[in-house]
Design a protein around this ligand. Structure first.
Ligand SMILES: [Zn+2]
Ligand SMILES: [Zn+2]
Ligand SMILES: [Zn+2]
Length: 421
């Protein structure tokens, strides 16, 4: 039986793990630079999980990084010239189509009003209620038998490919508009983007995209002056409206809800867009613990205490894997994300600064001079989480204290827009 660690030792462990709640435990060999002596000891490395329900501290750092990555692509900074804020920049939101009527809260507060009518299962397709925003019914279908669960899951599974192909089509139309071939487009203009996926209450992914036009030269160089944001917006709108790809069970296209805004007309709000996008990057599929991790079995899904609609989406994703024509979509491995298998944040290479550069800069800043350094390549995985469960609780408590101290230092309201910095 090992002796219990003191609070001082626990805090030292937490510091080594960068404040993480569930660090990766490694065993490594370290060599003393002065004496050449090699000894083995454990090393704690931050889990770097972006999801707030799994690790508040790592998620906070991720959100701060996401905020920098998004905002520097809009207004410059961290090596990106501020001149990019004069480039055409658009902010677009792309949604999934409808897979059956769901309870909703529209702008006027109504749900599904209209003359009484029923589906073939005898369920009313009208809802005259006014749902409270916190009502868990929002997003769930009026008839769960009518609802096209398979198509909804397949849309999530194909949505990243739909975006990639849409983006390619936007560049093709842009080439035509500029009177050049598709191959010559890169010598005229380059489109850079950052895309954040977020789950709607109905369990379908939708995308927020910041798109910027740059010139053909060095990264962040100015685009041709005749390419205005309005002209680009017109091209994007015409592509999104009727573009589709062929999926294993039919065509996959975008929903009717589509928003496009010229980011330069929102100049004072640019940073608010960044904070808004960064916020979504730290959520699990429904923001809860239930869908934060992969399921290991079908019964695990049946036993979660989640809204029936979300559970049904996860079950559908699990079961679709039995169809040999859908194996390549790995919906079972992504049942916790209702079939969605993309990254939550994706971006083109020259959108702005990179996550790994921000992490490297932080690591260099935090690294204390050590008398001993690890022997290269001598680490083995030892598990996840602190060996003493009290450490995770202390880590989360310390994280809350840090947040409060920062809020106090800034004065009330500084974080009102969710800006994590
Ligand atoms: Zn962590
Ligand atoms: Zn309703
Ligand atoms: Zn029905």
């Amino acid at each position: 039986m090992t002796r219990q660690k003191s609070t001082h030792e626990l805090v030292k462990d937490i510091q080594q793990a960068g404040g993480c709640s569930h660090p990766i435990r490694l065993r490594g060999e370290f060599v003393n630079q002065a004496t050449g002596e090699v000894n083995e000891r454990p090393l704690l490395v931050a889990c770097k999980d972006r999801r707030a329900v799994l690790c508040p501290s790592c998620s906070y750092l991720y959100k701060a990084d996401a905020w920098i990555v998004v905002s520097t692509g809009l207004i410059g900074g961290k090596g990106v010239p501020t001149s990019i804020s004069a480039h055409p920049r658009l902010f677009l939101t792309l949604t999934a189509p409808s897979f059956g009527p769901v309870h909703a809260r529209r702008a006027d507060g109504s749900c599904q009003p209209g003359r009484l009518r029923y589906c073939g299962h005898g369920r009313s397709l009208v809802c005259s209620r006014r749902h409270d925003d916190a009502d868990p019914a929002i997003g769930s279908p009026l008839c769960d038998v009518c609802y096209h669960y398979g198509d909804a899951v397949l849309w999530n599974a194909e949505s990243s490919r739909l975006w990639n192909r849409t983006f390619e089509q936007i560049r093709r139309r842009l080439a035509i508009a500029l009177g050049v071939s598709y191959e010559e487009l890169a010598q005229q203009v380059r489109l850079n983007y950052l895309k954040v996926a977020e789950f709607q209450r109905r369990g379908l992914a939708h995308f927020h995209v910041v798109l910027r036009a740059d010139g053909p030269g060095a990264p962040f160089s100015p685009p041709p002056p005749d390419l205005t944001a309005q002209r680009l917006a017109g091209i994007i709108e015409s592509v999104v409206k009727d573009f589709s790809i062929t999926g294993p069970r039919g065509t996959v296209s975008w929903g009717q809800q589509f928003h496009l805004a010229d980011a330069s007309t929102l100049s004072r709000d640019d940073l608010r867009i960044a904070a808004y996008l960064a916020k979504y990057a730290t959520k699990s599929a429904d923001g809860s613990m239930d869908f934060a991790q992969r399921f290991r079995s079908r019964s695990e899904i049946l036993n979660i205490n989640a809204p029936a609609h979300l559970r049904q989406l996860a079950l559908t994703a699990w079961d679709l894997a039995q169809d040999p024509s859908l194996v390549h979509l790995n919906t079972r491995g992504h049942a916790h994300a209702f079939g969605f298998r993309g990254q939550l944040i994706t971006k083109s290479r020259h959108y702005s600064t990179r996550f790994q550069d921000l992490r490297a800069a932080r690591a260099a800043h935090m690294k204390a001079p050590h008398s001993d350094d690890p022997v290269a390549g001598s680490f083995s995985y030892d598990g996840q989480g602190y060996d003493d469960p009290r450490a995770a609780t202390i880590a989360e408590f310390l994280h809350q204290l840090t947040l409060e101290a920062r809020r106090d230092a800034k004065g009330d309201g500084a974080n009102a827009q969710g800006s994590p910095s």
